[in-house]
Ligand binder design. Structure first.
Ligand code: R5P
Length: 303
């Protein structure tokens, strides 16, 4: 019952149609998402907290082109305990089926493009998952890499468009991931170009990198939520500072991998990242939290 109603209205035959209460029409709070259909919004609301519109996604999809990445040698052992503290898990279908218990209640952001390895041209990808398989896996979102300025730019944009079309048929949102070739500068000009192209092509949210200068302009120019990748492993204070700056400059959270699972204490780090993203904690205080959880873990005070 709405708060402003005493429930004593026009009751006849045991039925109350709340004749004095207009139909409730809520605005979906996630940036750029209000015109989407119910299923899309419902899935997005699983990935992004409806309370603050932010997310801590845990990215563990690296094996799709790098094989057994350091920290991901055993996803079943290393990652499963971290999932509790993530809002969503970004993963390949192979790792999901083989290594993650299906009782896990967190939404899955399914890596849906692939086709290359670290030994070859990285932009040479194709869509690697049928939409029917994504539905079968109960994916809450699909993830497709886009290589703006890359050798296979055109094909990768085509992959995104195809995945958005397929996802739209089933109410599954697509996250575009901006892959940046080594020869390209990860600056606001490039990231603004790449993220905006992805949103214009229909991506429902975009994963990109943080840049020191003018990230706020990148976020403002992208009409759908942005999440940042962590990138290569940094010292913990620097990674927390980057997450803090990103959310304070307009990102809707992080999709972080190596800066969590390559830490000495991944369980402590993911909680420190959460404190920044959802608790607006300063990087300094979040680092204190990391150190204290790490020391508790070392003393065996929690698993
Ligand atoms: C991009 O290539 C993939 O999604 C990566 O596996 C993931 O984004 C990397 O996350 P991080 O940079 O935080 O390790």
């Amino acid at each position: 019952m709405p708060d402003n109603h005493d429930g004593q209205g026009d009751v006849q035959d045991g039925k109350n149609f709340y004749l004095d209460v207009p139909q409730i029409c809520s605005v979906f709070p996630l940036k750029g998402s209000n015109a989407l259909d119910w299923g899309m919004k419902n899935r997005l609301a699983r990935v992004f907290s409806p309370q603050d519109g932010r997310t801590v996604m845990l990215a563990v999809d690296h094996g799709y082109f790098q094989g057994p990445t350091t920290g991901l040698e055993r996803i079943d052992v290393i990652i499963t305990p971290l999932v509790t503290f993530a809002d969503a898990l970004m993963i390949t279908r192979g790792a999901l089926r083989s290594s993650i218990p299906p009782e896990m209640a967190k939404p899955v952001v399914l890596r849906a493009s692939g086709g290359q390895s670290i030994l070859k041209e990285l932009s040479h990808e194709r869509i690697a998952v049928d939409i029917e398989d994504a539905v079968r896996l109960n994916a809450s979102a699909l993830a497709v890499q886009v290589y703006i300025g890359g050798v296979h730019e055109h094909e990768s944009i085509g992959n995104l468009a195809d995945m958005v079309n397929a996802g739209n048929r089933h109410g599954i949102p697509t996250m575009a991931v901006t892959g940046v070739g080594k020869e390209l500068a990860r600056d606001a000009k490039y990231l603004g170009l790449a993220t905006r192209i992805c949103a214009e092509l229909g991506a429902h949210f975009v994963k990109t990198y943080y840049c020191e200068a003018n990230f706020a302009r990148v976020a403002a120019g992208c009409p759908v939520p942005l999440v940042i990748a962590g990138g290569k492993k940094l010292p913990e204070p620097a990674a927390l500072e980057m997450a803090w700056r990103a959310v304070n400059e307009g990102a809707a959270g992080v999709d972080m991998g190596r800066n969590i699972f390559q830490c000495e204490a991944p369980l402590a780090m993911i909680q420190a990242v959460r404190a920044v993203v959802h608790g607006d904690e300063t990087p300094g205080k979040a680092h204190d939290l990391y150190l204290s959880l790490k020391s508790m873990q070392e003393r065996g005070q929690y698993a």
